[in-house]
Design a protein around this ligand. Structure first.
Ligand code: DP6
Length: 341
């Protein structure tokens, strides 16, 4: 194809990036400014080594206004399913002031249906590969702000280890930064997959609904105190300090979700089976393990690396658990020398 030939002839317009997904200890849920994706509160996360997206972007500099082509996990996206990615390509084009079309190929190393957020790793990788292929040199804060426009949690996946997204009050001040690198604390996230069905309400719609819950005011009133505790707990590698606040904010967020109009109920019977089992392991057996839950039914069990085999063994014996994905802290988004096409 002529277009592909033009891309092959211009290797400097092609770049590939790998970025990890992340799990938030204090959640982003609710937007102060929906157009800019400015959140109601700061959030803190751990970037995951074991769940990542690799994305190659190639710009065709002989094209103007042609359609983009987007292939995700081997499937060519058409129309509405590609719209969110094309909207982000539009931001990258605007940044560079070019009309070029792009070819994007992206692969996740975790199943899409696993309920792990692919938007965080996917949009972080797309931002870094897309801007690099355009020859733009943006610092980490500007890349984070750009990724945030596509997906809030993607602003955090730019960085490795433990990351805080500062809420900010404008496009350029709402950015994430690393607070400790990935070698700081060998914490593990054991993701108990209890249901692989597609969720009914996307995070993007959920963030807007948060404004309808009477519990949002209570959560935002307490969240600065919880953030301070999480910062101290992560700095001191203190799971006994981190764990209770991790669970508190996850439950507060799900309280907001359940009391939104319309009400969002992401939990499934398997979610509760894991929560009750985890409490019993902790209270009756003294196993130091805590949970958090994103906008879906799967439970993230957070423990230290030395406890992980014991937790994983117990999890595997629960009938509700279909699969377990285990991950420690991983690196930030990085450009790779090898491309996907
Ligand atoms: C529950 O970043 O997925 O995982 O900006 O619409 O892409 P969009 O939302 P997204 O929301 C993340 C929600 C969460 C909590 C978190 O990761 O902080």
């Amino acid at each position: 194809m002529h277009r592909d030939a033009a891309i092959e002839g211009a290797p400097t317009r092609k770049a590939t990036c790998r970025a990890g997904s992340n799990i938030a200890f204090i959640k982003y849920w609710g937007v102060a400014d929906p157009a800019l994706n400015i959140p109601l509160n700061n959030s803190i996360s751990m970037t995951l080594a074991g769940a990542h997206t690799t994305t190659t972007v190639a710009w065709d500099d002989s094209s103007s206004g042609a359609a983009d082509s987007v292939t995700l996990d081997g499937v060519e996206l058409q129309g509405a399913s590609a719209a969110r990615i094309v909207a982000h390509l539009d931001r990258l084009r605007a940044q560079a002031g070019v009309p070029w079309s792009a070819r994007v190929v992206s692969n996740n190393n975790f199943p899409m249906a696993s309920g792990i957020a692919s938007s965080a790793s996917g949009f972080a990788a797309l931002t870094v590969a897309g801007t690099a292929a355009l020859g733009l040199t943006l610092d980490a804060a500007r890349l984070s702000a750009l990724a945030r426009r596509a997906s809030g949690s993607a602003s955090r996946s730019l960085f490795g280890g433990f990351v805080e997204w500062e809420r900010g009050s404008s496009h350029s001040s709402s950015t994430a930064r690393q607070i400790h690198d990935e070698s700081h604390w060998p914490l593990m996230d054991l993701i108990a997959i209890v249901s692989t069905g597609a969720k009914h309400t996307s995070s993007s719609d959920g963030h807007r609904l948060a404004a309808t819950s009477p519990f949002t005011a209570a959560r935002t009133q307490h969240v600065d105190e919880w953030l301070a505790t999480v910062r101290r707990a992560v700095a001191a590698s203190d799971l006994a300090l981190l764990g209770p606040v991790l669970e508190l904010d996850a439950l507060a967020m799900h309280g907001v979700m359940m009391t939104s109009a319309p009400s969002l109920l992401y939990w499934q019977p398997g979610t509760l089976e894991v929560l009750h089992a985890l409490r019993a392991w902790r209270e009756e057996e003294g196993l130091p393990v805590y949970f958090t839950i994103d906008a879906g039914p799967n439970v993230h069990l957070i423990c230290e690396a030395e406890t992980a085999p014991a937790v994983e063994r117990r999890l595997a014996s629960l009938p509700a658990v279909e699969r377990i994905i285990a991950s420690g802290p991983g690196p930030g988004a990085q450009l790779l020398g090898e491309h996907l096409f």
